[in-house]
Design a protein around this ligand. Structure first.
Ligand SMILES: [Zn+2]
Length: 197
């Protein structure tokens, strides 16, 4: 539709999740008319996120050093481990202020239709952490949808024989939804009301 650089930018923006063609065009023209210093900051942030951000070697949350901020925090308990699908779920749970344990980020959920099985998730790494013997409770905070439930069921079967208490967040979360869309109070209550499975 347009020529050269502006169309390239529209195309790139349009490949981002949740950005339709109209939004891509609007953002591109916003950038075109923006202050050069602002655009430089945006470009730097884009470059830096790829250069500096990596995954925590312990929990696979996003981190800027070997371990993430949460794994490095000595005030948190090592006895409770909360399993989530994505780093954004860590943020959602941290916002509730209800949890003082550690996390394990799976990198997704079991989804046979998309060819994602247990081997594609960080389950082997989870089992290695659990075999350390320090963890007393495993909270399964995968999303309240089909894939999240299937993943929780799979993990519960795997972990329960190890003598670790396995809990799932209480109902009340929007079924079929994504953990990150639950408001803080609902998610906080679901955490408090977690039950053994
Ligand atoms: Zn970590």
């Amino acid at each position: 539709m347009y020529e050269g650089a502006i169309q390239d930018l529209i195309d790139e923006l349009g490949r981002l999740p949740g950005v339709g063609p109209k939004s891509a065009q609007r953002i591109a023209f916003h950038i075109l008319s923006a202050d050069p210093a602002d655009v430089t900051r945006l470009a730097t942030a884009l470059r830096k996120v790829k250069e500096l951000v990596r995954f925590c070697t312990t929990c696979y949350n996003v981190a800027e050093s070997e371990q993430c901020r949460i794994c490095r925090d000595p005030r948190r308990t090592d006895e409770v481990l909360c399993v989530v699908e994505e780093p954004k779920d860590v943020v959602a749970i941290e916002r509730t202020g209800e949890f003082r344990g550690r996390y394990h980020v799976l990198g997704g959920a079991i989804n046979p239709l998309e060819g994602i099985g247990p081997d594609n998730l960080r389950i082997r790494e989870l089992m290695a952490r659990l075999s350390g013997g320090e963890i007393k409770e495993l909270i399964l905070a995968t999303d309240p949808n089909t894939e999240g439930e299937a993943t929780a069921t799979y993990l519960a079967l795997l972990v329960k024989p190890m003598g670790i208490s396995v809990t799932r967040l209480a109902s009340g979360l929007p079924v079929g939804g994504d953990l990150e869309y639950a408001d803080e109070i609902t998610l906080g209550r679901a955490f408090e009301g977690r039950r053994a499975i």
